[in-house]
Design a protein around this ligand. Structure first.
Ligand code: ARG
Length: 400
């Protein structure tokens, strides 16, 4: 019996050609697996048909949107995860859930290998392979696109010669990866980091709405649970916010980031829901987290984001961080008000039953309960060490 391989299939040119190429060149049987993580895709029936036309013995589509939202996006949101402070990890978060399903499909179909369509220059190969090794070290990982040396034009000819029905044009300008957490757009004229991204690249953040509005997001233990009082699941919150916030033309990112493989890369993203939720969540934490906990959490957040970016979703450090972050969210319950206007989204209010903001301590009016007399001694002790240093050492230095 021929060896069986489960390929992470997108329905695009590269993975369609990869199906046939692996059959011809490696003599394997290919099971194509498409994982729905909320990407804009052709009809899934069409995708399935295309995989079969390319020669797949089976074509499976898994709807992983809810799982992706709840088990992958939510932990990242609780950790306010942003790579290099700006990128909410759109593609990086989807790879581990895709791998989870690849491995499951490999087990179910008796495959001894999994395959992906990544090139050798990106982060996604790292995420696919490291995640697979974490979940199923016995499975071989095959990366046909990385080694086949075909240009885009070669691939189109290959598809044409083998009767694979793809709709690719010779000039594919952008490399796009998307899911419900946002969209990543690379290449084309944007490979010049000075070039202004052309208007045509934006899809989720077209400014069509001009009338400003307020939006109230409710959280329970760090999880968004409602919009304007309407109770919603995690997936629905994200889907709704992409539409509502995106319509104000807000949620774009234009940055040069450091890839794991050592390349600096100009990236544009549009992530209206992700950016609005992280902003709101972080703001709610400002009233719900005790100071030291807030500070310590802020210290680990960049590290947590880096782990996800670098393909280490399934790792002991990431798991340990999850325990910390989950515990920190115990009292992150309340509402945040956002104000949307053309091209802008800002927080204009936050409240919580378990808020640590104490009006009577904070106020400057009559309701004030703060014990002013305590401050004098506190401040004196706070400055005591500095005073001693100044008297004994600093004052002996030559005056400048
Ligand atoms: N630079 C981003 C990341 O590494 C986006 C990658 C997009 N992937 C793609 N195949 N176009 O997470």
């Amino acid at each position: 019996m021929a060896k069986r391989v489960v390929l992470a299939y997108s329905g695009g040119l590269d993975t369609s050609v990869a199906v046939r190429w692996m059959i011809e060149e490696l003599g394997v049987e290919v099971v194509a697996l498409a994982v729905d993580v909320g990407q804009a895709s052709d009809d899934w029936d069409v995708v399935r048909e295309r995989a079969r036309a390319a020669g797949a013995v089976d074509a499976i589509v898994v709807d992983a949107r809810k799982e992706f939202a709840e088990d992958f996006v939510l932990p990242a949101l609780k950790a306010n995860a942003m790579y290099e402070g700006r990128y909410p990890l759109v593609s990086a978060l989807s790879r581990p859930v895709i791998v989870k399903h690849l491995v499951e499909a490999a087990r179910q179909t008796g495959a001894s290998a999994v395959a992906h369509g990544c090139t050798g220059k990106g982060n996604d190969q790292v995420r696919f392979e490291v995640s697979t090794r974490a979940l199923a070290p016995d499975l071989e990982v095959i990366a046909p696109v990385r080694g086949w040396g075909m240009t885009r034009e070669d691939s189109i000819h290959y598809a044409y010669d083998h009767g694979i029905p793809i709709q690719a044009t010779k000039e594919k300008v952008y490399s796009i990866d998307d899911n419900l957490w946002g969209r990543a757009i690379e290449c084309g004229e944007m490979e010049d980091p000075w070039a202004v991204p052309p208007q045509g690249v934006w899809l989720l953040t077209k400014p069509t709405e001009t009338e400003p509005r307020d939006l109230e997001i409710g959280f329970e233990q760090g999880m968004p649970v409602s919009i304007d009082g309407e109770r919603l699941g995690m997936l629905e919150v994200i889907e709704k916010l992409n539409v509502i916030v995106g319509a104000y033309g807000w949620g774009r990112i234009d940055m040069v980031e450091n890839r794991r493989v050592g390349i600096k890369s100009r990236e544009t993203y549009e992530c209206p829901a992700a950016l609005a939720l992280i902003m709101a969540h972080k703001d709610l934490e400002s009233i719900c987290l005790e100071r030291d906990l807030d500070r310590e959490k802020a210290r680990i957040e960049p590290r947590y984001a880096e782990l996800i970016y670098d393909g280490l979703w399934f790792s002991p450090l990431k798991e340990a961080f999850d325990s910390f972050v989950d515990k920190s969210q115990e009292f992150v319950t309340g509402e945040v008000r956002l104000r949307l206007a053309s091209g802008s989204c800002v927080v204009t209010g936050r409240r919580s039953e378990t808020s640590l903001y104490d009006y009577e301590l904070a106020t400057y009016d009559a309701a004030d309960t703060f014990r002013h007399e305590d401050s004098a001694g506190f401040v004196r002790l706070w400055g005591l060490g500095i005073e001693t240093w100044s008297a004994r050492q600093a004052s002996t230095r030559p005056k400048v």
